[in-house]
Write a protein that binds this ligand. Structure first.
Ligand code: MG
Length: 273
């Protein structure tokens, strides 16, 4: 029996190498041939980077309703605040499917993008990888909250699924793992509360980077963490100048993930309208 598994393992490693001859590692173990992350001791998707310890979050309570000044992006009924944008395509009617109080990624139709644009925000959303979704590493319930369309807080089944630390659920993708792994199991709703300060540019020059605070299922997992730049696979993130406000998007990574109760608040100084 042992020999069988060893042979199966060898065969799968060989198959991966055949698929990715130049990459040292895979998305379950992490990589050894990626560039160094600036200001950190780790490489991008580092195989040696420790996985955050698990913290079991408290039991979910009733869904909290949005505060009065929130812009409700999904109230359980329709996707009227969103468009679908396929890679390189024009905005179209949303292709993602609304079901019983939630909506679901329609794999490979394109990301879901808000019509409205935002800068500094507080964002609440809930997500779930449904029971029965299979796959491993980055292939199990992969989506993502793309703030300003580019700074990704990862969505992934990370309760019983291993991947590189900076690519698991609630990571700032390719940059920072969450402080702890507060994931709920597949088939249960996860909650993200995200507090984001937009970067500032003067022409091509970065004046101020973006910062993000993330609470996952009531557990703080990033505390005003500086973002290194736009999310990218196997490379060091960098900034490309963009507007003071940009659309929020949800990633289509070709896999099934559900979302519900999505609302956002603009953060402004109290004496500004
Ligand atoms: Mg993702």
């Amino acid at each position: 029996m042992k020999t069988f598994w060893l042979l199966a393992l060898a065969a799968s490693l060989f198959a991966q190498q055949a698929d990715h001859p130049k990459e040292a590692g895979d998305d379950r173990t992490g990589y050894t041939d990626t560039p160094q992350l600036p200001g950190q001791k780790w490489k991008v998707h580092d195989a040696a980077r420790p996985r955050p310890r698990k913290v079991t979050p408290g039991l979910p309570l009733l869904q909290e309703a949005p505060p009065a000044d929130a812009i409700v992006l999904f109230d359980g009924k329709d996707l009227s605040k969103w468009v679908t944008v396929a890679r390189g395509g024009q905005p179209e009617e949303p292709k993602w499917k609304v079901r019983d109080g939630y909506f679901e990624v329609a794999p490979r139709t394109g990301r879901l993008v808000t019509k409205e644009k935002f800068g500094d925000i507080q964002l609440h959303l809930e997500w779930m990888v449904p029971s029965g979704v299979e796959g491993a590493g980055q292939g199990r319930g992969n989506s993502g909250v793309e703030i300003m369309g580019r700074y990704e807080i990862q969505v992934l089944e990370s309760f019983a699924n291993q991947t590189y630390a900076d690519g698991q659920a609630a990571s700032i993708y390719g940059q920072y793992p969450p402080l702890v792994n507060a994931s709920r199991p597949q088939g249960e709703w996860n909650v993200y509360d995200i507090f984001f300060e937009a970067p500032k540019f003067d022409g091509d020059k970065l004046l101020k980077p973006a910062y993000v605070t993330v609470v996952h299922n009531g557990v703080m997992v990033h505390h005003r963490q500086e973002i290194l730049g736009q999310a990218v696979h196997r490379k060091v993130a960098k900034y490309t100048p963009h507007g003071a406000e940009e659309s929020l998007s949800l990633q289509d990574h070709g896999q099934t993930v559900r979302y519900r109760n999505v609302w956002i608040r603009r953060l402004r100084p109290y004496d500004q309208p």
